[in-house]
Design a protein around this ligand. Structure first.
Ligand code: SF4
Ligand code: SF4
Ligand code: FES
Length: 262
């Protein structure tokens, strides 16, 4: 007589935040889990079987659209990339909306803050003396900005950064790691002609985008699903260049002359 293999299916205990702009609370659910599933699968099963009006935002289920961001056991994560196998079957799994942004309903937040901050970063300024097709860059410079271009705009870094997470009042002055990274990318771009057009990106990082609020705790880097080294490769170099600019007039003059000579 053959015995059937043990079933890998079990019922997990989920606590899911339900509510809207007026307030809400955690609700308890027991939901079936099958081998190989991720948290988003369980949220979908919950919708299909017990809570058809549960609001959740998602698109690709492949870690690429950045829309299924939420907090799982208090940690900002993509639900579609969080395997159920990282939790023990006995563990209670708590799913809450991103804490740094206003709730719309259930797990859906209004991430408009980030789009506002994106609009505030001045775009790449094309070099006036080069036409399309004439741009030349060292591979090293391409590689540097390509790391930042992997960003899927999930805003997990923005959510986790204590400068906004715990301080609503800082939101106006602080762009957050994702957009300071964008400033850094443009500032290290060898063809960006912002300075010639009168825009000092380093000064602007400090004065317009709140670079000084960042105290390089690296929490943003830790939650980035694209493993972008936001702090080490973007924020710290930007801080160093901004400090050089501020305190060393020779560096400022040298940079200016070097740019003119390019
Ligand atoms: S390193 Fe800076 S930007 Fe990143 S989480 Fe810490 S304070 Fe925020
Ligand atoms: S830098 Fe990383 S964590 Fe931040 S928005 Fe982009 S992909 Fe998400
Ligand atoms: S659904 Fe697209 S990143 Fe999760």
């Amino acid at each position: 007589m053959t015995t059937a293999p043990p079933s890998k299916t079990y019922k997990a205990h989920f606590k899911v935040w339900r509510g809207d702009t007026g307030g809400g609370a955690l609700e308890d659910f027991r939901v079936e889990v099958n081998e190989g599933e991720v948290v988003l699968d369980i949220i979908h099963r919950l919708q299909a079987t017990q809570a058809p009006d549960l609001a959740v935002r998602w698109n690709c289920k492949a870690g690429k659209c950045g829309s299924c961001s939420a907090e799982v056991n208090g940690r900002p994560r993509l639900m579609c990339m969080t395997r159920m196998s990282v939790f023990s079957p006995e563990e209670t799994i708590t799913v809450t909306p991103l804490r740094a942004f206003p709730v719309v309903r259930d797990l859906v937040t209004d991430v408009g803050f980030n789009y506002q901050k994106a609009r505030e970063v001045p775009a790449f300024v094309p070099p006036p003396d080069l036409g399309p097709g004439e741009y030349r860059m060292q591979q090293e410079d391409v590689n540097r900005s390509q790391e930042f271009r992997k960003c899927i705009e999930c805003f997990l870094c923005q959510d986790t950064c204590h400068a906004v997470r715990d301080h609503e009042e800082n939101k106006e002055a602080f762009a957050g790691p994702r957009f300071l990274m964008r400033v850094a990318e443009l500032d290290m771009h060898p063809l960006d002609a912002a300075e010639e057009s009168g825009l000092d990106r380093k000064r602007s990082a400090q004065e317009d985008h709140g670079l000084g609020y960042c105290n390089i705790t690296k929490c943003c880097t830790e939650v980035c699903p694209e493993h972008i080294k936001i702090t080490d490769n973007a924020l710290i170099p930007l801080k160093e260049r901004a400090a050089d600019r501020k305190y060393d007039p020779l560096v400022w003059l040298g940079n200016k002359i070097r740019r003119r000579g390019q």
